[in-house]
Design a protein around this ligand. Structure first.
Ligand SMILES: [Zn+2]
Length: 450
């Protein structure tokens, strides 16, 4: 098994002398130095951080433990005070990514990048993609890539440096055209959003792509259902890798190695902590908590101890690939995206994903928790392959209410299954946003497909 190419890349960034191998201690020394730099830089350049970190001095960043006592930043800070977090003049900002969120404030999050910040991402894509492709290969990018500096464009630039040919297709809106593109390139690597790539394998006409044609797939999003990974592996007989990242991490964050069991992170650009979501205290490796990261090298809008809302753990065992880099385990879902039920239990989109995506013929779904005479009711809107709606609906009922269901929600009777409807069109244009359960108990009950 090849060691993750990220290790050599990170080693080079540390400018270690000669052929000396990278150690954890080298990396941590580097991270502490960078954390000190970013804190001073942010305090000097940004009104927001000048205020937030007013009491912080060098001694508070003398080591990682001391750093873990600094205050957090949150998505709400970005929403309401994003401009005050800027550390450069607006002239130096090359790209602004606007994220529409379903938050109550309704304000969008805007993340600012300088040209240097974007170069860091291109560099990560260049080295991270070396995990699965080499010079001469073709990568078809099913992510937005038309605009300069969009995620697809940055990925294409990184791939060219690797001698790999990028084909920027964009999100899958027309599966027939997407499959035709795949069939134009022998042994391609596909990069895309899990449900969209699933629609190419499972949807009507899926047999257009014979088993063995696709060499590898990289799925990128906040949460990748295991059922989708398994379906693609089985259907196409290919290797399936996953990437973890979000706009705030600089679009790229971490990628699995050949062991395909946990993400190796861009540890020279990001310092990642896992904290107890309730107390904010760091948890030990192996324990689940909220992913918090600090950018070490970004100049436009550095983020210090940024709470992602993602639930994951650092894996305590070293990786079979032999690297000294850490492994972030698969993200288990979003902390804020859990809907609390009346009986005290809670339900997450990830739970529904794992229960429902194994159903043959299911392409995608949306879910809401509604009020039904004082009881919580789950309504589903399913997108299924044509002609398979009935069988998919039966599968959904069986998966959610069967006695042996791995999830006790329905067994306890706290939650009932309400309506199951079908969306026969439209989901291909739903874009790249995060999928989550809507809580409509306070609202007028609308159709879940609306
Ligand atoms: Zn590894």
């Amino acid at each position: 098994m090849n060691r993750t190419p990220l290790e050599g890349w990170i080693r080079d960034k540390l400018l270690l002398p000669g052929t000396q191998a990278l150690t954890r201690s080298d990396l941590e020394t580097f991270q502490v130095r960078k954390l000190r730099e970013v804190v001073t830089y942010a305090q000097t350049k940004s009104p927001f951080y000048r205020n937030l970190l007013a009491e912080v001095d060098d001694l508070d960043v003398k080591d990682l433990q001391a750093f873990s006592r600094l205050p957090f930043t949150t998505p709400d800070d970005v929403r309401t005070q994003g401009m005050r977090m800027l550390c450069t003049s607006q002239d130096e900002i090359e790209r602004v990514v606007t994220l529409q969120t379903s938050g109550t404030s309704g304000e969008a999050k805007r993340i600012f990048f300088t040209a240097e910040d974007l170069e860091l991402t291109v560099d990560f894509f260049h080295h991270g993609m070396a995990t699965m492709v080499a010079a001469g290969a073709t990568v078809i990018i099913f992510l937005p890539g038309e605009r300069p500096d969009s995620v697809g464009d940055l990925l294409a630039r990184g791939l060219r440096r690797l001698g790999v040919r990028p084909v920027t297709f964009g999100p899958v809106r027309d599966p027939i055209a997407a499959r035709a593109e795949i069939m134009r390139h022998p042994s391609p690597c596909l990069v895309g959003i899990p449900t969209q790539i699933l629609s190419l394998a499972r949807g009507e006409g899926g047999e257009a792509i014979p088993r063995g044609w696709v060499e590898s797939v990289l799925l990128s999003t906040d949460y990748v259902p295991t059922a989708i990974v398994e379906e693609l592996k089985q259907n196409w007989g290919c290797r399936v890798f996953t990437h973890y990242g979000m706009t705030e991490t600089g679009l790229g964050g971490g990628v699995e190695c050949e062991a395909r069991d946990g993400y190796h992170l861009r540890e020279a650009d990001l310092y990642t902590e896992i904290v107890d979501p309730a107390t904010g205290r760091p948890v030990a490796d192996g324990e689940f908590g909220e992913v918090v990261f600090t950018t070490l090298t970004r100049s436009g809008m550095p983020l210090v101890r940024y709470r992602t809302g993602d639930l994951a753990r650092m894996m305590p065992e070293s990786c079979p690939c032999g690297t000294v880099l850490k492994r972030l385990g698969r993200v288990q879902g979003r902390i804020g995206a859990t809907v609390r039920l009346r009986d005290g239990a809670s339900i997450a989109m990830a739970t529904l994903d794992e229960a429902l995506f194994p159903i043959p013929g299911l392409l995608n779904f949306t879910a809401e928790i509604a009020d039904n005479g004082g009881r919580d009711q789950l309504n589903l809107c399913l997108q299924a392959c044509e002609g398979q709606e009935e069988q998919v609906a039966r599968g959904a009922v069986a998966a959610l209410v069967r006695a042996e269901s791995s999830d006790p929600l329905f067994r306890q009777g706290g939650l009932t299954l309400g309506s199951i409807t079908f969306d026969r069109a439209g989901w291909f244009t739903t874009g790249t946003g995060k999928r989550q359960i809507r809580d409509v108990r306070q609202e007028n009950q609308g159709a879940v497909c609306a």
